[in-house]
Structures are given as structure tokens and as C-alpha cells.
Design a protein around this ligand. Structure first.
Ligand code: NAI
Length: 472
């Protein structure tokens, strides 16, 4: 066992989007940086077993649905076949290209990479152990914790390889005939789509009253109406027990809708994630955390220990890569002596289902709770020339404005490319745009982006692409 001592301005623990962004920005600000990551590859869950692989699988499997719609345009193909090994190789090649790119970006910035797990000895020392038992002592002035999160494990489920978390699901070891998905959130719905395209019969149970519960129910409705023709979806339902038999998994439920037990070949548990904040010395050095284990930080991402900062999933919801990257930059700036706060007006959320769901700012259910006097514009895509042309007429764009200030409060989009379209609304919110300003902004015709302008024109009363205000 060798022990070497290395000294840095900053040690960053965790090489996901929050950690590598913090490390890169800190190096660009002139600080010496050591980036410690257990995995061989940078990118964390997002790149290795989350956002990027799931989007690759979703794109691959969505091609099957696209092909099935071609006949209405006069184009026909034979029955689509999918070779899962080729699909997985494509996923792997995308991950490799991106993680190799991160390696190059880190080297160009002269960042010291250590592959291994770190444990804090005190507030200026991290011990990093590699897989061969070698230990390196890293001494630092400041630390950034970016250790992310892990899937929440439902208590009481048997330990059985047919009970999966999201990482198992992304590896597609097998395509079960009958797949039960516990949790109708983003991971549950995205993975349902992948496995349905591969041929699994999907059952989803969600304990709340609709799928993708953080978004408004009416926004999710076009997706729900489409999927309920194909999947069994049980809301207000929980799994109480799973019995692992030799041939099948038998599930029992607490539900008004399912009376009897049901059998499945595999179960995906997608009921949220928990922070990775325990087991590497943070509690021992007295770092403050809340009851759920999220590290407490202030607006500058500084923790209760002044030379410790924390970013990403480990500091709280929403557990999204784009939140982590922005926080990473803020933490690096503060350590470099620039006083920067993390004050986004909103952090957009996207479910990459088909149709996609994207939302930002206040949802309508939140607006109702806050008693803000708001006006709403809701444009159904059936009246959009572009949506009809590209077979996307089931979409909807909704936007809320504050009646007092006229400014945008929130927006939601369900439909093709919603995850791209939402950013106009995000920018509008960051800039405090009013309904008049948005409706006076000329949108190209015919585009799906127009639906945001049309929804706004419903609020200003100037819409001509729908019935006049009195007749609606
Ligand atoms: P989630 O919080 O999005 O959804 C979990 C769902 O499970 C919730 O709707 C919840 O009501 C339900 N649930 C919880 N316990 C249950 C039970 N016992 N029985 C039935 N339903 C139950 O969590 P998910 O989908 O696991 O994703 C984890 C995290 O990863 C989220 O924070 C999400 O933001 C992030 N993520 C984001 C993606 C995106 O932006 N597209 C994609 C994948 C993950």
C-alpha cells in the first residue's frame, strides 16, 4: 500500500455533470483542481446510466413507431425488426464518444484525475483508495461535493435479479413478456416506452392520481390517452408485496382498481432517488444535512463547513443534470473569490416520452395554491398547420401570466419536440417577458414554436388562428 500526498486548491468529489463542470470552471479560473471519481469514466449517472443512454434507447425504439406511421404519407416498409445487440452498441458508442471528450477537456485544463473512492479524514484532507488498495492523501483548501444520487429501494421487496432499478433496465439483459413498472414518473414512463417498443406488455402503477405527477394533469392527458390504449396504467395504486417464484414474480396491490394479485416476468422500481451523502466521512466532520440526507447549502452552494461546497442531486430536488452543471459553475466561481448566487427563475423539466412533456415556472396547480390572479392561454395543436403536417396534432401548449404584472408565470407543452420548444418560455421567464411582448414576437410559420405565441395570443385576445374570444 503506497501513500502519496498531493496538494490542490480544490478537490471535487464526483465526476458527473455537477462535478466535472465545477472542476473545469475552477481550472479555467486559475485554480489547481483534483477530480476524484470512482468510475473509470467521467459523466456520472447522466452519461453512463441515465439521461444519455436512455435518450439513445428512446430514439432507437421510437423509430419503430415512426415507421408504423409512414403509411399515411404513402411510404411503406416491411415489419420493423430490432437487433438489441446493435442498439446496445449504439448506446455504448454514444457514451464512449462523450466520456472520451470529457477526458480530453479535463486533460486540456491540467486537472488531476484520481480514479477511486474518497473518504474525508478532516476538513482539509481526503484519502482516495483505488481498487488495488493504494491510498493517496489529497490536501485541499476547498472541497466540492458532487456525489449525486442512487435509486430509492422500496423496502420489503425480495432480492431477485428480475427486480430492476433504472440501470438494470438500461442494460436490456432481457425483454420480459410482462413488465411491471412501479412509479409513473419520468424514468418509469421513459422505460415503459422502450420496453413496449421491444415487445413487453407494460403495467404501470403510480401512487398519485396521474402519471408524471409534478406536471399539470391536463398537460399529461394527451400522453395518458395514447398510452392507456397500449399499457395498463393504475393510478392511486401501490405495490404491497412481491413474491419471487421460480417462474414468475407475483405482485399484490393496495388499490381500488386492482383486486387480485398479478404475475410478471420482471419489475422495474422507479420511485425516485436518494442523495449519496453517507459513508465517506461527511457526517464525521460535522457537515450539516437534512432528514432526507440532502446536504444543506446556501445560495452560494456553500455548506455548513465554510471551505466545503456541494452541488447537484446531493443538495436536493430537482435532481436534474442541467441544475447540477449550473450549480457546479456557481460553486467554482465562489471558491475563486467571485460572489455568485444560484438564483434561477426556473429549472425546466422534460419527460422524453412520445409525445414529450415539458414544463417550467409555475404549474397551474401551483398557481392555484399560491392564490396568484393569473390568466391562462391553452392552444390545442389540432389547429397548428405544422403539427397537422407532421402527425403531431395531439399536442397542447399552455402558458400562464400574472394578471397584475402581465408577466409570464409558467408554461407547459405536451407534444413533439416539447423539450426543445420549452426554452423560449424559460428565456421569457428569465427576462420577465409579458404576454404582449411574446405575442408581438414574430414566430416563423409554419412551426411548432408558433403554438407558444398562439397560447399567448389567447391571453392578449389577439388570436386569429382560433375562434374569436367570445365564441370560444
Ligand atoms: P420521480 O420522482 O420522477 O417519479 C417517481 C414516481 O413514483 C412518482 O410519481 C411517485 O409518486 C411514484 N411512487 C413513489 N413511491 C411509489 C410506490 N410505492 N408505488 C407507486 N408509485 C410510487 O422519480 P424517477 O422516475 O425514479 O426519477 C428519479 C429522478 O431522476 C427524478 O428526480 C428525475 O427528475 C430524474 N430523472 C430525470 C429525467 C428527465 O429529466 N427526463 C430522466 C430520468 C430521471
Amino acid at each position: 500500500m503506497s501513500e502519496t500526498v498531493k496538494i490542490f486548491d480544490i478537490v471535487v468529489v464526483g465526476g458527473g455533470p455537477g462535478g466535472y463542470t465545477a472542476a473545469f470552471r475552477a481550472a479555467d479560473l486559475g485554480l489547481s483542481v483534483c477530480l476524484v471519481e470512482e468510475r473509470e469514466r467521467l459523466g456520472g449517472v447522466c452519461l453512463n446510466e441515465g439521461c444519455i443512454p436512455s435518450k439513445t434507447l428512446l430514439h432507437g425504439t421510437s423509430l419503430i413507431e415512426s415507421v408504423s406511421q409512414c403509411s399515411s404519407y404513402g411510404v411503406t416498409f416491411g415489419e420493423p425488426k430490432i437487433d438489441i445487440s446493435v442498439l446496445l452498441a449504439k448506446k455504448e458508442s454514444v457514451i464512449t464518444q462523450l466520456t472520451d471528450g470529457l477526458d480530453r477537456l479535463g486533460k486540456a485544463r491540467k486537472i488531476q484525475r484520481l480514479t477511486g473512492s474518497g473518504i474525508f479524514k478532516d476538513t482539509s484532507t481526503l484519502i482516495v483508495a483505488d481498487g488495488d488498495g493504494n491510498k493517496i492523501e489529497v490536501q485541499f483548501n476547498s472541497a466540492i461535493i458532487a456525489t449525486g444520487s442512487s435509486p430509492f429501494v422500496l423496502p420489503g421487496l425480495p432480492d431477485d435479479p428480475r427486480i430492476w432499478d433504472s440501470s438494470d433496465a438500461l442494460n436490456i439483459k432481457s425483454v420480459p413478456e410482462k413488465l411491471l413498472i412501479i412509479g409513473g414518473g419520468v424514468i418509469g414512463m421513459e422505460m415503459a416506452q422502450v420496453y413496449s417498443a421491444l415487445g413487453s406488455e407494460i403495467t404501470i402503477v403510480e401512487m398519485l392520481d396521474h402519471i408524471i405527477p409534478p406536471a399539470d394533469k391536463d398537460l399529461v392527458q394527451p400522453l395518458f390517452l395514447k398510452l392507456k390504449k397500449k399499457y395498463q396504467i393504475f393510478t392511486k395504486t401501490r405495490v404491497t408485496e412481491i413474491v419471487a417464484n421460480v417462474g414468475t414474480l407475483v405482485a399484490n396491490f393496495e388499490s381500488t382498481k386492482i383486486k387480485d394479485s398479478k404475475t410478471f416476468d420482471a419489475v422495474l422500481v422507479a420511485v425516485g432517488r436518494r442523495p449519496n451523502s453517507k459513508g465517506f466521512g461527511l457526517e464525521e466532520i460535522g457537515l450539516e444535512m437534512n432528514k432526507q440526507g440532502f446536504i444543506t447549502v446556501d445560495d452560494n452552494l456553500q455548506t455548513s463547513i465554510p471551505n466545503f461546497y456541494a452541488v447537484g442531486d446531493v443538495v436536493g430536488e430537482p435532481m436534474l443534470a442541467h441544475k447540477a452543471t449550473h450549480e457546479g459553475k456557481v460553486a467554482a466561481e465562489n471558491i475563486a473569490g467571485n460572489n455568485v448566487g444560484f438564483h434561477p427563475e426556473t429549472i425546466p423539466c422534460v419527460a422524453y416520452t412520445n409525445p414529450e412533456i415539458a414544463w417550467m415556472g409555475l404549474t397551474e396547480k401551483e398557481a392555484r395554491k399560491t392564490n396568484i390572479d393569473y390568466s391562462k392561454g391553452k392552444f390545442l395543436w389540432g389547429a397548428s398547420g405544422r403539427a397537422l403536417s407532421v402527425n403531431a396534432a395531439n399536442g397542447v401548449t399552455k402558458v400562464l401570466f400574472d394578471k397584475k404584472t402581465g408577466k409570464i408565470l409558467g408554461a407547459g407543452i405536451c407534444g413533439s419536440h416539447a423539450g426543445e420548444l420549452i426554452h423560449e418560455a424559460v428565456l421569457a421567464l428569465e427576462q420577465g417577458a409579458t404576454a404582449e411582448e411574446i405575442s408581438n414576437t414574430i414566430h416563423a410559420h409554419p412551426t411548432l414554436s408558433e403554438t407558444f405565441a398562439f397560447a399567448t395570443e389567447i391571453v392578449t385576445g389577439t388570436i386569429t388562428d382560433a375562434l374569436p374570444p367570445k365564441k370560444r
